[in-house]
Design a protein around this ligand. Structure first.
Ligand code: GBH
Length: 491
């Protein structure tokens, strides 16, 4: 089958996040983040892994940017470590010039190679200082003011060169994994025996509001004080699978699928894209455990109009209605998530991690649904996978990543198809530039297009790294059907 075409000005590149690649955690005045604490306090919770060295990108960034050039990438998405910029995190705490200097060098080195920087302000590494001082994201009023000041410093210091900003990566994961099941830092939960004891019935929803309002503060600040002079774009990156009904004959499973997506995406997209309240099904289930937006919150959300919806997409699932009264620790919307439907049909082909199956047709549906519902131009800010068995492979074996090549090709075609549905999709970032610290899964799970040898820190390109440019060239060169001009002209 011939590849499906993409808009000729489509933007593409690779993505990473600070704690997953940088290492150098004690250098140049960096403060601790909640991920340093999480990894070191209970190493069993991250399979013994920590980010102390990671890929040592902090010292090897020039080499890594050379890889980007070699792969032909036009753009690169990375995140800034808040505690390198403001070691203690708070709005009255000092700015660390050595931290600024690192990102200055990184940005300049990208621009020197003709690569456009896309900067995420928050990819999960909250300064420990503000977690200790007032509970971090559990304090809605304090955290949004500290995040706003951090964002301001970044706009002031980098905004002359950075024109693409992502405020927060995956607020759903931050809330649910950090404060619901406790699988991510700061690891709080009342349903996970290994966790720091928290109140799972309320904390994720409070943290969600803190993240929404922090995004709103940072975005409205950009709109008011920086947009005019810096002329950049700003958005947020939301994760969220697409859900199909488990029993296609059962209306309750259709409702479950829709409800599951509202709990995953609408929770954040309603306020940040539409300046609207949470989805009704969330209020119906959660009642007063879900915080309210005040009139002044809504005013702030309305001033936080953003340029794009960043979509992180990996997989999809079947949704089955649970049919019981939801527990007060249920954050899925009273839905069971399954990988096979009622007839035993699989949602997609297995990858190298249990939670991810390749589901490109549902990616198309997801893109089209999100575009129609929220109306923002979409940038796919993450997409990728580990190959089956890759965790056990040597470098020589892992570089032949045919599964990943096919995954990318199928998902790029899905984007093309969603464009045919009328969606405005403008860019794509493959996750990830290199194998890196996969959070609580440690270093075993490899999402990179570059193999990282964690003993020698040597990088080796996999086949997919070198093929992605070709895939984009093929898809971006052909004229789209509906761009072909009046019928009759070309025949
Ligand atoms: C993204 O999260 C992150 O932004 C990125 O940093 C990360 O490296 C990348 O994905 C790859 O995982 O163990 O079955 O309970 C995506 C959200 C969070 C989805 C972990 C899957 C595990 C589900 N992912 N989750 S499971």
């Amino acid at each position: 089958m011939s590849p499906v075409s993409l808009p000729s000005d489509f933007e593409w590149g690779f993505a990473t996040a600070a704690y997953q690649i940088e290492g150098a955690v004690d250098e140049d005045g960096r403060g601790k983040s909640i991920w340093d604490t999480f990894c070191h306090l209970q190493p069993t919770r991250t399979k013994g892994a920590d980010g102390d060295v990671a890929c040592d990108h902090y010292h090897r960034y020039e080499e890594d940017l050379d890889l980007l050039s070699r792969y032909g990438a036009a753009s690169y998405r990375f995140s800034i470590s808040w505690s390198r910029i403001i070691p203690l995190g708070g709005r009255d705490d000092p700015v660390n010039e050595a931290g600024i200097a690192f990102y200055d060098k990184l940005i300049d080195a990208l621009l020197a190679r003709g690569i456009t920087p896309w900067v995420t302000l928050y990819h999960w590494d909250l300064p420990q200082g503000i977690h200790d001082r007032y509970g971090g994201w559990l304090n809605v009023e304090e955290s949004q003011l500290d995040f706003e000041r951090y964002a301001k410093v970044c706009y002031e210091r980098f905004g002359d060169r950075v024109k693409n900003w992502i405020t927060i990566n995956e607020p759903w994961i931050v809330s649910i994994f950090g404060y619901g099941n406790g699988w991510n830092a700061p690891g709080r939960s009342s349903i996970n025996p290994m966790a720091v004891q928290g109140d799972t019935s309320t904390e994720p929803w409070i943290v969600g509001k803190a993240l929404i309002m922090s995004h709103a503060r940072a975005t409205s600040l950009y709109n008011r004080d920086f947009r005019h002079s810096q002329k950049g774009k700003i958005g947020i990156s939301l994760n969220g699978d697409y859900y199909e009904p488990w029993d296609s004959q059962d209306r309750r499973d259709y409702e479950a699928a829709e409800r599951r997506m509202e709990f995953h995406i609408g929770w954040f997209a309603n306020p940040v894209c539409l300046a609207q309240d949470y989805p009704e099904c969330m209020r119906a289930q959660l009642g007063e455990r879900l915080p309210h937006f005040t009139e002044s919150d809504f005013a702030l959300l309305r001033n936080a109009d953003m340029d794009f919806y960043g979509m992180n997409y990996y997989t999809s699932q079947y949704a089955q209605n649970r049919g019981t009264i939801p527990l007060d620790t249920d954050f899925l919307g009273n839905v069971n998530e399954l990988q096979e439907n009622k007839d035993g049909m699989s949602i997609g082909e297995k990858s190298g991690v249990s939670w991810l199956r390749s589901t490109p047709n549902l990616f198309r549906k997801h893109l089209t649904r999100v575009y129609r519902k929220y109306g923002k131009p979409i940038y796919v800010t993450e997409n990728g996978c580990p190959c089956p068995g890759e965790d056990k492979m040597t470098c020589e074996e892992a570089v032949n990543d045919d599964y990943r090549v096919q995954y990318f090709a199928d998902h790029l075609d899905a984007i093309g198809r969603s464009c045919e549905d009328g969606s405005d999709i403008r860019g794509y970032f493959a996750w990830s530039l290199m194998d890196n610290l996969e959070w609580s899964d440690g270093y075993g799970v490899r999402f990179g297009v570059t193999f990282t040898d964690y003993d020698t820190l040597e990088r080796t390109p996999k086949r997919s790294a070198l093929l992605l440019k070709k895939m984009f060239d093929e898809r971006m060169s052909t004229t789209r059907e509906h761009d072909a001009g009046p019928v009759g002209l070309n025949d």
